[in-house]
Design a protein around this ligand. Structure first.
Ligand code: BGC
Length: 940
């Protein structure tokens, strides 16, 4: 009886619990507010690929967001966006400029603003909510904003100011960098401020301050563009910087890229000599009225401030004694300062900076230092090792004043005698000089230069230093890092770190080839071969948008593209080099595939067509042999290696083959672009042109045995990667590629264009083992060889330094060059297995197909795609059992291919029954799963 009673009450409790749960669930799903809510959350909202950007000038900007959810197979089925100028109303869900209502579909990226016309100098607030696959609504996202910049010429009331023009430049002026002038203006605010916004730019580089405080975090603004075409301006919210007791706006100018020496041209004035400032401060009062403070004839200027000299290549000379005390504060007597010169006619096109600004993105500490033994009478010098080849400068902090000049010299390598290796810097002499005043402490970092370095030599200290006396300021375009990567192999992890560092070190508003010697240009080949790696590593959308515009700025009216952009001087305008100029097609395409925004194709379509039309016009027989510019070919291939025992032939792919292969590839990408944009006639034309080039390629370069002219590793890799090999010859060509690797005793002979492509073709075609062998090789030349020599970034040349032989030719021997870092692409695609799907751009669907191999027992990493985070973590146990943890972001799907025909389980269950698994196909050695979003754990 007792037992039955207790069983009955147990059942009752169970029933109550079930009832309460049901009510709770019903309450959750059918809340009285209206529709039920989903647990999907909108995060990382962006406008024009940036988070809360100020001062944009796209009048129909793009919006995007990411969705997060804990359960599986979550999809957005509709969204609603509201935009308002009025924060209070937006909080009440009222949008006075745009309210989309419920828009069906899963689009969460690249949504074009289509509301009321956007006004200059106005702030817009926005938020979004979404509906999930069951029709449940999310919460509204957090409020975001963007503000519009000054859109028309008439919106600018400011005038360009500076020192009187240097009209007649005598020869010597070209070599003497003039001191940085100081500019200032005092003003008062009349009423209570609602918002104050500063728009500013310069010819040269500038830093602006209000009441002694630097405005913004950017450095080296307005960054590098072709100043004959356009200059970027920056926008800052300075509301909290203004004071009711009077204000001073102050500025400093230096040469930068505008007036400084560039590339091997070591004299000044690449775009002009006269450094200028343009600034407009808009003050909106709470009563609805406003004021502006602008650069005009009422500003004062001091010809020579504390920065006696500053240039990108040669560093900064700073004299602390020359700072006019209090010049950035109210009440300073500027009577002896001159009136500024106002530029009467300066018709420069201005556009808003819409790429992440160059900033100090990280601070690192040195790992060691030593005293340099020199001659008896030399000043004491100490060399600090930052432990990392980096771009930027050092900040010097001394608790005492040595009373004499301190010099800070930079280099990326050391000579055998432990002195700085400067030979490879050519005409760059990276040295900052600090002349102290009477202050008891020293705290100094330069402003208007940057260096590529690992080692720092400091001379002029009067005490033995310690590691806290300096820190390294890493300076780069501040695009967010998008990934992580780790495996069981420490050297491989170091390779990944070296690749990422090399990218960071070479993003200074353009993708530079190197950060240290007198070059630092936007070479198009280096950028395009590295572009997919760069996209895995960092969020590159805004950065490439800016740089593609730089490329368009340099296109000639007849369609020729530059070998690098922006150009540096009239006499160094280089065009047409195959593999370089093709970046004008390749980068827009890769950007589109990865981020899914067709606009990058729209913006560049005309450039792409004009370019291909020109190549076609000059090469009507479809072999690209005419108008090939400097025709560099597969740059830095094996034939350029100088090392005993390494073959000196068979590395360089014939140049006509190389150029024609790129012609076919770029034309094919243009055809695809036309298709995406719905341009049927253009598609037909370029598609048939691409096929015709392919036919000519096959006829001229591939024989019936699948031998490709030249029999180089590169030739096979390029033909396969660009899909130029007829089906019936494919397996022969692949085998010939492997033989070409065997010929080199499993060493690389490919150049910057073909190395990653060869690795990719090996892995795609069943030769992953060979690819891993090349990857993990410690024999010269290889990636690991450089790491074994202490590399912390990617070297320009495989043989930049060889044990026993020493350095390569110092005229071209950078140790911080992205191109060979393109192996990163292979690491993400084949070790982690993450690959975009061209048919579903922007990771709305993607592939995960890891190919575990080599000595690796585990690998884990993440790629933060435009829709959210993709994660892969695989582990192999000693008995050949595997586990795979996979993360797929909400509102996305993936096809996972596991390299096994064994029985696979998910979370211990039959995969057919696992939530989120939509379909399973089992082949001989493969299991293919179609997955909805969520986290999974597969095992076999
Ligand atoms: C650069 C390269 C570039 C090349 C053109 C070099 O000086 O550093 O990376 O692509 O010139 O051949």
């Amino acid at each position: 009886m007792m037992k039955q009673k207790s069983e009955n009450s147990f059942l009752l409790v169970k029933r109550i619990v079930r009832y309460v749960s049901l009510v709770a669930v019903l309450f959750l799903f059918y809340s009285p507010i209206g529709a039920a809510s989903t647990n999907m959350v909108d995060k990382n909202l962006r406008c024009e690929h940036l988070s809360n950007p100020l001062g944009i000038d796209n009048e129909s900007p793009f919006l995007s967001w990411e969705l997060y959810a804990t359960d599986r197979a979550k999809m957005q089925t509709a969204y609603e966006i509201i935009v308002s100028t009025d924060l209070i109303n937006l909080k009440k869900n009222i949008g006075n400029v745009w309210s989309t209502g419920k828009v069906k579909g899963n689009t969460s990226t690249a949504i074009r603003y289509e509301g009321k016309r956007l006004n200059a100098a106005t702030t817009y607030y926005w938020k979004v909510r979404v509906w999930d696959e069951s029709g449940r609504i999310s919460e509204w996202s957090e409020l975001q904003l963007w503000s519009m910049g000054l859109l028309k010429k008439e919106d600018w009331k400011a005038k360009w100011i500076g020192l009187p023009s240097e009209d007649s430049i005598i020869n010597q002026d070209k070599y003497t960098v003039p001191p940085s002038p100081l500019l200032r203006k005092e003003f008062r605010v009349k009423k209570k401020i609602n918002r104050a916004t500063l728009y500013a730019t310069a010819l040269g580089v500038y830093e602006i301050s209000i009441n002694g405080k630097k405005v913004g975090e950017q450095v080296l603004a307005p960054e590098w563009t072709d100043y004959t075409k356009r200059v970027q301006y920056q926008t800052f919210d300075v509301t909290t910087m203004l004071s009711e007791d009077g204000n001073v706006i102050g500025a400093m100018l230096a040469d930068g890229w505008y007036a400084g020496a560039l590339w091997s041209y070591f004299y000044r004035g690449r775009y002009g000599y006269n450094r200028r400032l343009l600034a407009q401060l808009q003050i909106d009062y709470t009563d609805g009225t406003s004021d502006i403070v602008v650069t005009d004839e009422n500003w004062k200027i001091l010809k020579e401030g504390s920065i006696k000299e500053a240039s990108i290549f040669n560093g900064e000379v700073y004299d602390a004694r020359a700072v006019p005390k209090g010049w950035q504060h109210v009440g300073f007597d500027d009577n002896c300062w001159e009136k500024v010169f106002v530029e009467p006619a300066l018709a420069v096109q201005l556009n808003a900076q819409m790429n992440q600004p160059i900033k100090v993105i990280k601070e690192i500490s040195p790992v060691s230092f030593y005293r340099l033994k020199r001659g008896k009478y030399d000043d004491e010098s100490y060399i600090f090792d930052m432990g990392q080849n980096m771009t930027g400068w050092v900040q010097l902090r001394l608790p005492y004043n040595p009373g004499k000049k301190i010099s800070i010299k930079y280099a990326e390598m050391l000579n055998e005698d432990s002195t700085l290796y400067w030979n490879n810097l050519r005409n760059a002499h990276p040295m900052d000089i600090y002349i102290p005043d009477r202050a008891s402490k020293i705290d100094y970092e330069p402003k208007f230069t940057y260096h590529g370095f690992r080692y720092v030599e400091i001379t002029g200290l009067s005490e033995i230093p310690n590691l806290n006396n300096l820190s390294g300021k890493v300076v780069a375009s501040s695009s967010p890092v998008a990934s992580s990567f780790e495996t069981s192999d420490k050297t491989l992890n170091k390779l990944w770190s070296n690749i990422l560092w090399t990218q960071i070190d070479n993003m200074i508003s353009i993708p530079t080839d190197c950060p240290q010697r007198d070059e630092r240009c936007g070479w198009m080949a280096d950028a395009q071969v590295f572009s997919q790696t760069s996209i895995y590593n960092m969020d590159m959308q805004a950065f490439y948008k800016k740089w593609l515009r730089d490329i368009r700025d340099e296109q000639t009216t007849d369609g020729r593209l530059p070998n690098y952009a922006p150009y540096v001087t009239e006499s160094l305008r280089y065009y047409d080099a195959p593999g370089w100029v093709d970046a004008g097609v390749i980068i827009p395409w890769k950007t589109y595939v990865n981020y899914g925004n067709e606009n990058v194709l729209k913006n560049n379509f005309e450039m792409m067509c004009k370019f291909i039309d020109r190549v076609f016009k000059m090469n009507p027989n479809l072999l690209r042999t005419n108008e090939v510019g400097q025709n560099y070919g597969d740059w830095l291939n094996g034939n350029s290696i100088k090392a005993v025992g390494y073959p000196t032939e068979n590395g360089s792919v014939p140049k006509d083959l190389f150029s024609t292969a790129y012609f076919a590839y770029s034309t094919n990408l243009l055809a695809k672009t036309a298709k995406v944009l719905g341009k049927a006639t253009a598609f037909k034309h370029y598609d048939s042109l691409a096929n015709a080039i392919k036919e000519v390629f096959v006829k001229n370069y591939i024989n019936g045995d699948g031998i490709i002219k030249g029999n180089t590793q590169a030739g096979y890799a390029l033909a396969l990667e660009f899909e130029l090999v007829p089906m019936k010859l494919k397996s022969k060509v692949i085998q010939n590629m492997v033989k070409a690797i065997e010929y080199y005793d499993y060493r690389i002979s490919t150049g910057i264009h073909s190395t990653e492509k060869m690795m990719e073709q090996l892995s795609k075609n069943g030769y992953s083992k060979v690819a891993y062998k090349l990857l993990e090789s410690r024999r010269f030349p290889s990636w690991f060889y450089s790491i074994d020599q202490g590399a912390s970034t990617i070297w320009e040349r495989w043989d930049g330094f060889v044990k026993g032989r020493g350095f390569q030719d110092p005229d071209m021997n950078s140790f911080n060059h992205p191109a060979f870092g393109s192996i990163g692409e292979w690491m993400y695609k084949y070790i982690l297995g993450i690959k975009a799907d061209e048919a579903s751009p922007g990771y709305t669907h993607f592939f995960i197909e890891p190919q575990p191999g080599g000595s690796l027992t585990w690998a884990k990493g993440q790629y933060h795609a435009i829709v959210g985070n993709v994660g892969v973590h695989w582990e192999k146990s000693s008995n050949e059992a595997f586990t795979y943890h996979i993360d797929i972001p909400a509102n996305s799907t993936a096809t996972l291919t596991l390299p096994t025909g064994k029985v696979v389980k998910e979370g211990g269950l039959d995969i057919h029954k696992a939530a989120g698994v939509r379909a399973v196909t089992i082949e001989k050695d493969k299991t293919i799963l179609s997955l909805g979003s969520g986290s999974y754990e597969f095992a076999y």
